[in-house]
Design a protein around this ligand. Structure first.
Ligand SMILES: [Zn+2]
Ligand SMILES: [Zn+2]
Length: 310
């Protein structure tokens, strides 16, 4: 934070001071970690990769009515947090949920599953809940956006003012998935009667696949200007860090390891050095095992304070 306020000429400070300042300037970095052996194991996985934020599934993401953690496990999860370097925890909702499914039965099931997800987050003390806005299928995009806004409004008493922020995730624009244009996310927020406690999570792979270039300083600035003019930067609460297996505007959602895809390392260097985002959790969802995440976090940290790559 302090580092980011210093003029450019101070970026060459050597030794301990530089290290200390650099550490402070480094944004929270982490990854999606496994909870398959019990939710509280997430803290151990996060510690292994020196993460300062993390994402979890609070229950099996491929079931409509997944088993929640036992009260004992929830307590353990909350207790273990005190010893962790992780400052922010984000949940990713189930892949089955579609808040704007044109199939009434699926929409009802989705709302119920989402409400249960909210409750699990509140129980665990998870502060961010990331979700894909929805897929309008045979209906119009406009109908889809309205339906999502309506459902989020209806659920408001469940989450508002309780320390949980819902995050609409930017999508790659595959099929009829909504949220690939910044305008669509802005529209959902605008259509809601009250959108306090609703923000946005930007996935670097998704926005790139959707057509927002971030590979150079110029493109970077243009994309954030567009984001600010449509959604507003104050809504931005978190990042998913992924490189992309496919090119700009491919509208295909295929994650790649950091620096090994079509986005390249420069975009990630720009990200970890952007003072506007230095407090926002950045979470890896790359096709890596835990060791791989550890290496990527190290790599990202090494980019803090670095000048242009390539
Ligand atoms: Zn993502
Ligand atoms: Zn994705």
């Amino acid at each position: 934070m302090i580092y980011s306020l210093l003029p450019k000429k101070f970026s060459g400070i050597k030794g301990v001071v530089k290290k200390a300042i650099k550490q402070r300037a480094c944004p929270p970095l982490g990854a999606h970690v496994s909870t398959s052996q019990g939710i509280y194991h997430a803290w151990e996985h996060a510690a292994e990769i020196a993460a300062t934020c993390m994402q979890v599934f609070t229950a099996n993401q491929r079931q409509w009515s997944p088993k929640s953690s036992s009260d004992e496990d929830v307590k353990r999860f909350r207790d273990m947090r005190r010893q962790s370097a992780v400052k922010t925890v984000m949940s990713h909702d189930s892949y089955l949920i579609n808040l704007c499914s044109p199939d009434a039965a699926v929409q009802t099931k989705s709302v119920k599953a989402f409400a249960e997800e909210i409750d699990r987050c509140l129980g665990l003390g998870v502060e961010l809940l990331n979700f894909h806005p929805g897929s309008h299928k045979e209906k119009s995009a406009e109908w889809g956006l309205k339906t999502i806004a309506k459902q989020l409004d209806k659920m408001r008493p469940r989450y508002q003012g309780k320390g949980l922020t819902l995050l609409l995730e930017t999508t790659a624009g595959q099929g009829t998935n909504l949220g690939w244009r910044f305008e669509q996310l802005a529209e959902i927020l605008k259509l809601m009667k009250d959108s306090d406690d609703v923000g946005v999570c930007v996935d670097t792979c998704h926005i790139f696949a959707a057509g927002y270039d971030i590979r150079s300083q110029k493109a970077w600035e243009k994309t954030w200007q567009e984001f600010d003019q449509t959604i507003g930067l104050k809504r931005l609460k978190a990042f998913h860090l992924n490189d992309s297996k496919f090119g700009l505007s491919s509208r295909r959602d295929r994650h790649e390891e950091i620096g090994k895809g079509h986005i390249g390392l420069e975009a990630f260097r720009l990200l970890v050095n952007d003072a506007r985002f230095s407090q926002l959790p950045m979470i890896l969802e790359t096709p890596c095992d835990l060791d791989g995440y550890g290496r990527e976090i190290k790599l990202l940290r090494s980019l803090v304070g670095k000048a242009y790559i390539r």
